[in-house]
Design a protein around this ligand. Structure first.
Ligand code: OXD
Ligand code: MN
Length: 617
């Protein structure tokens, strides 16, 4: 893949495109791309909306949509003194998380999607959903959202057009993507855009389908208004469809944050990190270092908190990355001035809050916002909530997966390269999970192949970001299990092959902030103190820090990692880092589940890495 600025994007300054409702007769005139106009016409015929509303992503348009949303009950305007430009939304209580069991990859045959995806035969998928879409927008408005994923002008930036009957989705997509003229300009007269059709339908889980048609660059989502199911630029396009395209075209779409660490000498190192959903990617991406680090001149900046697209730069042979998104869709509970002050600033204005608790005066609250809960509020289910009710029934004020949607421009530590089409060089890749046992704080892979193995074996204890049981270890290769848009065998092979096209590859690490002692207490303070681990990682990327070789990889000893001022004696650190033979055996047995699940699909290099680990043991 060559890196040239996308030639199809003319200089900005052209007249702003139309925004608002329009009669169907004006479709061909208002939609500048003939392929898009034709496809939209087909969708109108199928869904039969009462009204069409073309969005251009402007601030003025967002105001209009919020006013509409407040009038029809989609939004509540929050106290504008406390929360300027912020709105509140409560979803249907059956629709609060991604629904992986209702998410499908639709292709002609099952081999393309492999053992980890739900498969639907493509023609059948279209037929089934066509039946649901037929007339689904009667009495509703179809919002037409042209958007770009990726900095404008980036060789990887991709155009999508989403058609949705959800005003909530329309406004969220304005925050999460680059919307409007930029999309039409990048698209020009091409047919190359992702066709995203979305309807909330009747929000019935029995009629909920999130279908991807990678061979047609198409996404059809029905029956859910939840972010990951409905903001189709995010998980559906930027991960599932993009991972498929990346495999075909030689680049990578990954479920990773991307951050810069500037050292006191001014040298900036970018690292990407894959943690499964709700393991603190947003917190890590916006980390505030301990005072002694900031005093010394360390600075952390955010490029992205959830998704990266990476390619090999032809000239340098090095990996570069962009964040395809323009906003954050972050988990709210637990966020406060201490755990993530930068996220608090991000959401302080022009943001949407979904499924937190609403106070009578237009303020909001969530578990972990403050020690003192409000005396009374309306909770995420729309029910009266008091601390006493919570004690008696266990009811939460905010749903554990309640979210904020905030423009990334709000981020006080936004990296200066976040909008740069050329992206940033990636020096290190970190894999990490939420593991109470068996897995040390940090170690480094011996080499890229071993790193791919560590990523492939990634496991994490489940959280509330997806529906299903909470607290069991789930193998989540590269944190991508729910997002690989094709056969996981080919995905692993793609990762291994990327090594061949890189002259110099990023160093690969594994971290675990969540290890607990026998009393169930966390062994590492986490949050800002993770800077100490990051510093070691950054130094390792430049061949500067020490480590010793162990069975699992390169590990720092207590003297190699800065523990100064932590109140952690070297023995406690060694305990945090040590993995006994029994623990390692139990870990290897735990990985067995993934090998069995993939059965014949596991590439032989992965089996070889496992054999090597067992022989070292
Ligand atoms: C997310 C997720 O919302 O991974 O980012 O579930
Ligand atoms: Mn995510």
């Amino acid at each position: 893949m060559t890196l040239t600025t996308n030639p199809k994007v003319p200089a900005a300054g052209a007249k702003a495109s139309f925004s608002g409702a329009f009669p169907v007769e004006r479709l061909a005139e208002l939609i500048p791309n003939p392929f898009a106009a034709k496809w939209i016409a087909e969708c109108i015929e199928l869904c039969k909306p009462d009204e069409l509303y073309l969005c251009n992503g402007s601030i003025e348009e967002r105001e209009r949509l919020y006013a509409r949303g407040c009038a029809d009950g989609t939004f509540v305007k929050l106290d504008q003194k406390k929360w300027p430009g912020c709105y509140y939304h409560r979803s249907n209580s059956n629709d609060v998380a991604r629904t992986e069991h209702l998410t499908y990859i639709c292709t002609p045959g099952p081999d393309m999607v492999g053992p980890t995806n739900n498969w639907m035969e493509a023609k059948q998928g279209y037929a089934k959903l066509r039946g649901l879409y037929d007339g689904c927008m009667r009495g509703r408005t179809m919002f037409i959202l042209p958007f770009v994923m990726g900095p404008i002008g980036s060789p990887l930036a991709k155009v999508g057009v989403e058609l949705t009957d959800s005003l909530y989705v329309a406004v969220n997509m304005q925050i999460m993507t680059r919307m409007g003229d930029v999309a039409w300009r990048q698209l020009g007269s091409d047919d190359e855009f992702t066709r995203c059709l979305h309807s909330v339908g009747d929000v019935n889980p029995d009629r909920r389908y999130i279908c991807h048609f990678p061979l047609d660059n198409t996404i059809w989502s029905f029956g859910s208004g939840y972010g990951g199911n409905a903001l189709l630029g995010k998980k559906c396009l930027a991960l599932r469809i993009a991972s498929f395209l990346g495999q075909q075209q030689g680049w990578m779409a990954e479920h990773m944050l991307l951050m810069g660490a500037t050292a006191p000498d001014g040298k900036k190192t970018y690292v990407a990190a894959a943690f499964p959903s709700a393991c603190g990617k947003t917190n890590f991406a916006m980390l505030i270092p301990p005072k002694k680090y900031t005093d010394a001149g360390w600075k952390i900046t955010t490029v992205g908190d959830d998704i990266v697209w990476m390619w090999v730069d032809k000239d340098s042979g090095k990996l570069r990355a962009i964040n395809p998104e323009a906003g954050y869709f972050g988990v709210v509970p637990g966020t406060n001035e201490k755990t993530n002050p930068n996220a608090m600033v991000c959401m302080a204005k022009d943001s949407i809050f979904t499924n937190v608790a609403l106070l009578p005066d237009g303020d909001i609250w969530w578990e972990g916002k403050s020690k003192e809960p409000p005396a009374e509020c309306v909770n995420w289910e729309g029910k009266k909530w008091t601390p006493e009710i919570a004690r008696q029934t266990g009811a939460k004020a905010a749903h554990p997966n309640s979210r904020f949607t905030a423009p990334m421009a709000n981020n006080p530590v936004l990296d200066e390269m976040a909008n740069d089409p050329a992206g940033v060089p990636v020096a290190g890749i970190i894999f990490g999970g939420r593991r109470s046992k068996n897995v040390p704080l940090v170690y480094q892979a011996f080499n890229w192949m071993h790193g791919v193995y560590l990523g492939a074996m990634l496991g994490s204890e489940t959280t509330a970001a997806a529906t299903g049981a909470v607290g069991v270890v789930r193998r989540d290769p590269m944190a991508m299990l729910p997002f690989i848009g094709y056969n996981i065998r080919d995905y692993f092979i793609h990762w291994m092959r990327m090594r061949k096209v890189m002259k110099d590859c990023p160093r690969v690490f594994h971290v675990n902030w969540f290890r607990q002692n026998d009393d169930g207490e966390f062994m590492w303070p986490g949050f800002g103190e993770n800077m100490r681990v990051l510093k070691w990682i950054v130094d390792r990327c430049h061949g500067k820090a020490y480590a010793v070789e162990s069975i699992i990889g390169w590990v720092p000893l207590a003297k190699d990692l800065d523990l100064d001022g932590l109140n952690m004696p070297p023995e406690a650190f060694e305990k945090l880092q040590s993995v006994s033979g029994d623990e390692l055996k139990s870990e290897i047995l735990g990985q067995e589940e993934l090998f069995l699940k993939l059965a014949g699909e596991m590439p032989k290099e992965m089996i070889f890495q496992r054999e090597l680990l067992i022989s070292r043991l």
